[in-house]
Design a protein. Structure first.
Length: 306
């Protein structure tokens, strides 16, 4: 029942965002600023505050998630290339399709789902497992997306030093050093960080309203992406995790977050290029809609199996 209520809340916030866009209260320019607010302020605060909700006896679990997460992000580019080859994606769209395979919306949607199912500590666990996300996105991901459009993307090391990475490192230090964050600091961080979920869902809903249904249905290969991103990848993640641990909570957190829809950052990162940006945005919209069904089903199945 918890996951149903959570998905209803997420869907309601998306619907409100959709409505606000139609009323011209939200628009692409405002969405961009709100996205920056989420990525640079509220989400980092949420990550740091979540570190205080993890027990000190879980160090082995944290290290396991760190190692397996790194392994996953090493393997993902190869899986993405295989998927693109099987789907016979046109040359000028291969990079963006690979990114849709590699990068899930584990922050905007993953956080509220795992928090509802497992508690605040799950946000910290999710952050640790997906630490490779930023590194892979701002190196390989941005390169292949700009390559699609015939542009040349030079690697800028500064991209790797962003608020999300800094917050993740601070959270790790807090955890492994056993630092007790004073309540006078922790409460404000948590207070601001907790607006991440409703704000992000409003933005996703508003972005959905920017595209015509006819445009969404034209991109046929996106529906194969739904199967890959929301079904096949979480199955592979669950199988892989079951080989290294029998901890049902760890397996469930990994499966749930890997099975999130296409990451909003893929659409943002390709927005400078018309065709690639449009495909990525459609990917986010379609996989998000289907995830309203697959996420609850995945949660129920995990509960039955584990």
């Amino acid at each position: 029942m918890t996951i149903v209520i959570t998905m209803c809340k997420l869907f309601f916030a998306m619907a409100v965002g959709f409505y606000l866009n139609k009323r011209d209260i939200l628009n692409p320019e405002i969405n961009k600023k709100l996205s920056s607010l989420i990525v640079d302020v509220t989400c980092p605060f949420l990550i740091i505050s979540s570190a205080s909700s993890v027990g000190s006896g879980d160090a082995k679990d944290v290290l396991l998630l760190l190692i397996t997460g790194a392994a996953v992000y090493i393997l993902l580019p190869f899986i993405a290339m295989l998927v693109v080859k099987i789907l016979r994606v046109p040359k000028d769209s291969r990079g963006v399709y690979q990114c849709m395979v590699m990068f899930s919306n584990n922050f905007f949607m993953g956080y509220p789902v795992v928090e509802a199912l497992f508690g605040g500590f799950a946000i910290f666990y999710t952050t640790i497992f997906h630490m490779g996300f930023n590194f892979l996105f701002f190196t390989y991901g941005t390169f292949i997306m700009t390559k699609d459009a015939g542009a040349v993307s030079k690697f800028n090391p500064k991209r790797l030093i962003n608020t999300g990475v800094i917050a993740s490192i601070i959270a790790l230090i807090i955890y492994f050093a056993g630092i007790q964050v004073p309540e006078i600091i922790l409460s404000p961080l948590s207070f601001v960080g907790n607006i991440t979920t409703p704000l992000s869902m409003l933005v996703i809903g508003s972005n959905m309203a920017s595209y015509k249904l006819s445009d969404v249905f034209k991109e046929k290969k996106i529906y194969a992406m739904v199967i890959v991103r929301l079904v096949i990848l979480p199955l592979l993640a669950g199988f892989g995790m079951s080989l290294v641990t029998d901890n049902a909570t760890l397996i469930s957190i990994v499966v749930m977050t890997v099975g999130m829809p296409v990451g909003a950052l893929v659409a943002m990162g390709s927005s400078a290029f018309e065709k690639q940006g449009k495909i990525a945005s459609i990917g986010v919209v379609v996989t998000t809609l289907f995830s309203m069904v697959t996420i609850p089903l995945t949660a129920v199945l995990l509960n039955l199996i584990l």
